[in-house]
Write a protein that binds this ligand. Sequence first.
Ligand code: NAD
Ligand code: TYD
Length: 342
Amino acid sequence: MKNILVTGGAGFIGCNFVRYMLDKYPDYRIVVYDKLTYAGRLENLQDVAQAHPHRYHFVQGDICDAAQVEETIREHDIDTIVNFAAESHVDRSILEPDAFIRTDVYGTYVLLEAARKFGNLRYHQISTDEVYGHIEGDHSSVETDNLAPRSPYAASKASGDHLVNAYHITYGLPVTITRGANNVGPYQYPEKVVPLFVTNALNDMPLPVYGDGQQMRDYQYVVDHCEGIDLVLHQGQLGEAYNIGTGQEITNLEMVEILLDELEKPRSLIQHVEDRQGHDRRYSLNVDKIRALGWEPAHTCEEAIRKTVRWYVENRWWWEPIRQGEFQEYYQRVYGQRKILS
Ligand code: NAD
Ligand code: TYD
């Protein structure tokens, strides 16, 4: 493994992964291939470009464009593809699913075909706990569970997973999949719940909690997730999927309280609003399989949230301009007419 194509590397998790890998492996080269949608930003990688001018290269491109994907693989002698590129926000998938099907399904197919054409390149797919759907009772999802996605986003990601498995079984493509729980950390676009709520609170705006706020999520620190991906990339068994998360769960209201406490802001900012359509009440990952490879998360959910809050407090240069752009229109669409419950 020397020349890695990181698709979607200008997004939240991708940029943290690129930084982590270039620091850890001095002989690796990384080519980021990214369409730069609203969620992809070159600022996310500006320090990387400065620190590693010879080992980092950026290409603006769409993973649905087979010709450009192939040209990039050829030009940079790529031996490994790690696919982060996706439309990634459930609320946007409810408004407009089209781009999700295009990128998360068709785009995954294009990358798999390219990997096959170039002599079965090593391929790693970044997936999500949402492919298992809402989890009942005291069950925690194991990697062999059936996929039961319930939102257009989750369904498009599950389709990607099925394609990856099919390419392994049919063509022998050397693949692995990781299914991560909710990530938090630096450079997350402020439409996702934690950065949205931190930045709203810093502006003394209400925090729109969907429904009763009793939904359960596992909030993990993005760098812990990146370490898990690195481990699976190097030591995972080909053809296998691995869950990555803290293995803990907290309610959204607990998350909000931690966040407000860290900011020293009042609980009166909490505003219950009309629930998300088809909202999954609970995700829960069993993470024994990646633990057996020797991985442990360095942060609990609470530590991950507190550390993330501090990053947003200290990095207004990054999120203030974002909140003034396309974000405003999106915010109006999702929250403008939303019923306030309390
Ligand atoms: P993000 O939305 O911040 O970043 C996605 C990146 O993909 C952006 O840089 C965007 O420009 C790029 N992209 C989108 N469409 C593209 C296309 N057609 N061609 C090339 N690039 C394209 O998302 P993220 O939160 O960093 O998520 C990265 C991956 O991790 C996704 O596959 C997502 O499903 C998965 N994931 C995310 C979480 C989470 O909590 N954020 C949890 C588990 C898994
Ligand atoms: P999100 O960050 O969108 O991740 P996902 O839905 O993929 O897990 O949301 C995390 C949780 O926070 C989810 O239960 C929905 C909830 N949420 C709110 O209560 N209010 C909001 O404004 C948003 C964006 C999310």
